[in-house]
Design a binder for this molecule. Structure first.
Ligand code: TXA
Ligand code: MG
Length: 364
């Protein structure tokens, strides 16, 4: 996605939120560049860890085609993948996650050129978004074709599609497609309602006991974005953000030239990220700054740790906040901390996505 977002040519037009589009991109790209990509990855077979090279990516692709589950890294969070055409494999995802059956799954493909396999009558504005932002941390909800069965869409006539921007995810998807696969359905690789995993170790700790011997965890690298993709509902005349993320409202409005639809105009759609309680660690989350001795504390770096509290993360800005947040929540659980006090960031649009997750994490 780098470098393909239309950049402001000048600052002549008023009314277009160009500055924040530019700033958002600059920050995101900076982060991508700063985080080195590992040369190798590892597959964790439920009980053993193996070095991952092209041959193990091939093995993972074959595993998907044979009906196995493969957890894999994306730039947002780790996904729990299955062949999107295989009803049995998909039902195992629901069982492993303990997820309600009517919550649809996002289908992942390796390239925008595969969008027509899964969706039809794609509105122009959705094509613009896909062309500018894929591969990238954005999911589009589009009218489905016949191959998107009810067991993927939760019985809705719309399918969620995404091209992830992560080297190993793209290798895996390409190999899967080369061998005849159409798409990989992948929710975040956590139990329903819990914190999304951003490392293979998180997936292992959370799902190992529910996975079978035929399932794999592909250990690529730590997720560089750290928050789930922005979900854009493309069912109506204008885009509507169902789940905020690092692809922001300003970017979407800038690219499409359309104002996004506000909440009130949206009818009911089944998106688990819309549930009031979600993304929750075992510890209780409070969005206030008054921890007691031994409580966890998360805030931007320039905010001091209250006396006696245990600092779990000190991100420098909201991009870094997104990257480290889920690690910090999991760290609290590993250290058996019972309460976490969090001061969310404010001021920019990525902060909006973080606030969204934290408000849900705080509502048990
Ligand atoms: O970043 C992400 O999106 C990650 C990575 C693995 O790609 N995936 C992810 O999946 O977060 P999941 O299932 O944990 O969250 C996807 C959300 C769910 O709330 C689901 O209900 C919604 O997307 N969704 C998927 N397909 C949909 C559809 N056809 N209509 C409405 N909502 C849909
Ligand atoms: Mg999820």
């Amino acid at each position: 996605m780098k470098g393909r977002c239309p950049r402001p040519l000048d600052d002549g037009d008023s009314g277009v939120p160009r500055v924040s589009v530019e700033r958002g991109w600059a920050k995101l790209e900076q982060r991508y560049e700063k985080t080195p990509i590992n040369k190798s990855a590892t597959i964790i077979y439920v009980s053993k860890i193996l070095e991952c090279i092209q041959s193990t990516i091939n093995e993972a692709a074959i595993n998907l085609l044979n009906g196995g589950l493969v957890a894999f890294p994306t730039e947002t969070v780790y996904g729990l993948g299955a062949d999107a055409l295989n009803k049995n494999a998909i039902s195992r995802i629901y069982a492993v996650k303990d997820r309600p059956k009517d919550h649809p799954l996002i289908v992942h493909v390796s390239s925008i050129s595969h969008i027509d396999r899964w969706s039809r009558d794609v509105p122009d504005y959705a094509t613009k978004l896909a062309e500018n932002l894929w591969p990238g941390p954005m999911t589009l909800i589009l009218p489905r074709t016949d191959i998107a069965k009810d067991f993927i869409t939760g019985g809705q006539d719309f399918v969620g599609l995404r091209v992830p921007d992560q080297k190993f995810a793209l290798l895996l998807l390409s190999e899967f497609e080369k061998q005849g696969g159409m798409g990989v359905a992948a929710p975040s690789a956590n139990r329903f309602g819990k914190v999304s995993p951003t490392t293979a170790q998180d997936v292992f700790e959370e799902l190992n006991q529910y996975l079978g011997n035929e399932d794999l965890i592909l250990d690529g690298e730590k997720c560089q974005v750290g928050l789930e993709s922005t979900i854009v509902d493309c069912r109506l005349q204008r885009p509507k953000i169902l789940r905020p993320g690092v692809i922001t409202k300003s970017m979407i409005e800038y690219i499409t030239g359309l104002e996004t639809i506000s909440d009130e105009l949206n009818e009911q759609i089944r998106t688990s990220g819309l549930l009031k309680s979600h993304y929750a660690p075992i510890a209780e989350v409070f969005l206030t700054d008054n921890p007691d001795e031994g409580d966890g504390f998360i805030a931007l770096i320039d905010i001091e740790t209250p006396k006696g509290a245990i600092r779990l993360a000190s991100p420098r800005d909201s991009v870094e906040y997104a990257q480290v947040l889920y690690q910090a929540l999991r760290l609290a659980d590993r250290r058996k901390i019972k309460k976490i006090f969090i001061i969310p960031p404010s001021g920019d649009e990525i902060a909006v996505a973080i606030q969204d997750r934290l408000i849900k994490a705080a509502k048990k």
